[in-house]
Write a protein that binds this ligand. Structure first.
Ligand code: ADP
Ligand code: MG
Length: 619
């Protein structure tokens, strides 16, 4: 039998490697930005077109490369960043595998211009699918510019696999944010389709955060700082009330390298314990400085995963740092945190020993208890209000009732009564006046043929609006009301891109808007349901709810939009309604294709027939 094993040609080996390193335009953005940082640049410009699908260009004013280095840089395993195996364990640069440029050049058309400070002419290199097409001297500023065109032009399967422009742009913006956060001493700018997305001056980390996420973050940041013999933690935490339903805007950097680590994320969340609801996520930007010997960054080609040799200690220190920071900022009433209380780590067991750790635990227990009493008190307040509304005469006469108890009893039976799905459409008698009233400003009660109809006003309205918006999205756009004073809204770049992509859907549900400068839109018209409401809040709420529906329920565009709008514009529990409004709501509900459930699958109504009423009263 002849020998059959052969070495793969470089171009194929590079393409295979590219599959690991370059998954989408954002990966190329990340690698090119990191190279620019490693080259000591003080200004880095990122230019993309079509969410990076047609162009990604990164221009830096760093060291530049000699002619030979320029050529070498595209070879696989060509790197200037490690020389000996020992170097691997003390990596401080972003790159070191020497794979990025080779991988990018294997799957795109790349043009590099580069010049070092001490040479007069620079080098121009054109490479397409790993093949050098041109190499010649060129006049160029000091530094390096790399333009990557038509990514995956020669790997159609990959190119077809790319997501929509807003999704790819979201990934690019996220990579940009990570690199920009890790390097506030460098100026960065980002342009998409000739529109400026970011233009960041150099400065402190807090300025960088505000530059990236918006002015409203200024008031919301709490400093977090902890120094221990094992590692240092520094950065900022968002105040608890600033937490959001959608995850994101959570950044961990280890030795300036962005990492994803669910375990450490959990440590932060636990640090916030009791201060934010379970389904909310805090904002944070935290930097861990640790001796590179205690970590292994080499576990994943895209290098966002990392191994610590002692993860439990790192966890404990972070949790404790977060608690201390929130306490020290009086975000939670501070008991006896001493501001520079050092955390003592037992290096043998990894246990975190802090001298007031037990006090802190006590404090959090107490905080939990406090929150609970607060809740009870609020509940009581509500009950007082109901008592006042429904029984003014009783109140005046001073008769005391345990309304709380009584109502709980009824509620239990009502939910069981709702199990057999009633068909309420036959319950209304033509021409008969329907008696209605509201309970707790939450439920509508109406008299019907067989007894009492109980409607959850918010669920019912969400159902009505959901069907209306679904039909608006399918064929006939919803009515829009021209705004008296058009409002400009500044969005974050991710939401801005999303809003532009969703323009047809957003307009179908009644918002009319145009681009209005950098990351801004101007809203000329709003859905009629939003009359008198804060436009900015409603629009932002819509985008937020849309993202939540999309990510958590994986709904399609229309579903996500219709549900988000229904939720955003519905009558909420707590709103007092007139008799006319109640009747109209009931009529509209039963005109729905599926009146029984709201879009979240909750029952919209139940019928309490005479039989059940008899049961309650033991007849
Ligand atoms: P790595 O960053 O892992 O070393 P890359 O393929 O990203 O591998 O880059 C290869 C080499 O090319 C780098 O080690 C560096 O010497 C050089 N290089 C890449 N980009 C730049 C740049 N923007 N400025 C200067 N040198 C660069
Ligand atoms: Mg690199």
């Amino acid at each position: 039998m002849p020998d059959i094993i052969r070495l793969l040609p470089d171009s194929i080996a590079n393409q295979i490697a590219a599959g690991e390193v370059i998954q989408r335009p954002a990966s190329a953005v990340k690698e090119l930005m990191e190279n620019a940082v490693d080259a000591g640049a003080s200004n880095i410009q990122v230019i993309v077109k079509d969410s990076g699908k047609s162009l990604i260009q990164v221009i830096d004013d760093g060291s530049g490369m000699t002619e030979t280095d320029a050529r070498m840089s595209f070879e696989r395993h060509a790197t200037s960043k490690i020389r000996t195996a020992e170097d691997l364990f003390v990596i401080r640069t972003m790159g070191f595998r020497g794979e990025a440029l080779a991988s990018i050049a294997a799957v795109a058309q790349v043009e590099m211009k580069t010049r070092t400070a001490d040479s007069e002419l620079g080098t121009l290199l054109l490479i397409e699918g790993s093949e050098v097409k041109k190499q010649e001297p060129v006049a160029a500023p000091k530094g390096t510019s790399i333009a990557v065109r038509n990514l995956f032009f020669n790997v159609p399967a990959r190119r077809n696999f790319l997501k929509s422009n807003p999704v790819e742009m979201k990934h690019i913006i996220e990579e940009f944010q990570r690199t920009a956060l890790a390097n506030p001493e460098i100026e960065f700018s980002l342009y998409h389709n000739d529109l400026e997305v970011y233009n960041l001056k150099k400065g402190k980390l807090s300025h960088r955060i505000i530059g990236l996420f918006g002015k409203q973050y200024r008031e919301q940041l709490a400093v977090c700082r902890e120094e221990t013999p094992v590692m240092n933690v520094r950065g900022y935490l968002g105040k608890p009330e600033f937490s959001k339903k959608t995850r994101g805007e959570q950044f961990f950097f280890v030795n300036k390298r962005y990492i994803k680590n669910a375990y450490l994320n959990h440590a932060v969340k636990i640090g916030y314990e009791n201060l934010i609801p379970d389904d909310c996520h805090p904002f944070y930007v935290l930097f861990i400085d640790i001796d590179p010997r205690h970590i292994d960054v080499n576990v994943h080609p895209t290098k966002t995963e990392i191994k610590f040799d002692d993860e439990r200690t790192v966890y404990g220190i972070i949790k404790s740092a977060v608690r201390q920071s929130l306490g020290a900022h009086n975000i939670a009433p501070s008991l006896d945190f001493s501001h520079n209380a050092n955390i003592h780590v037992n290096l043998d067991t990894g246990e975190v020993l802090s001298r007031d750790f037990s006090t802190r635990q006590d404090y959090y227990d107490e905080k939990a208890a406090l929150l609970k009493t607060e809740k009870d008190r609020n509940n009581r307040l509500n009950w007082d209000r109901i008592y006042e509304f429904t029984n003014p005469s009783l109140e005046r006469s001073g008769i005391q009732h345990d309304w709380n108890k009584k109502d709980e009893g009824i509620e239990v039976r009502l939910s069981s009564a709702a199990n057999d799905m009633p068909d309420a459409k036959n319950e209304f008698e033509a021409g008969q006046t329907r008696m209605t009233f509201q309970v707790q400003n939450k439920y509508i009660v109406a008299t019907v043929k067989s007894g009492l109809l109980l409607v959850d006003q918010q669920s019912a309205h969400e159902r009505i609006l959901y069907e209306k918006y679904m039909s608006a999205l399918a064929h006939k756009p919803a009515a829009s009301q021209q705004a008296l004073f058009p409002e400009t809204i500044e969005l974050n770049p991710v939401d801005f891109t999303l809003a532009l992509d969703l323009k047809p859907e957003i307009e179908a549900v009644g918002f009319v808007f145009d681009i209005f400068g950098k990351n801004s839109i101007i809203v000329h018209g709003t859905p009629v349901e939003l009359e008198g409401e804060n436009i900015k809040k409603a629009f932002e709420g819509l985008i937020e709810q849309y993202k939540l529906n999309k990510s958590e329920l994986s709904l399609n565009k229309r579903e996500s939009m219709a549900r988000a709008m229904a939720k955003q514009t519905s009558i909420k529990a707590g709103k007092a309604l007139t008799g006319e409004e109640m009747n109209s709501l009931i009529d509209q509900l039963f005109a729905c294709a599926n009146p029984n459930y709201d879009p979240n699958g909750k029952l919209t109504f139940a019928i309490l027939d005479t039989e059940k009423i008899d049961g309650f009263l033991n007849r």
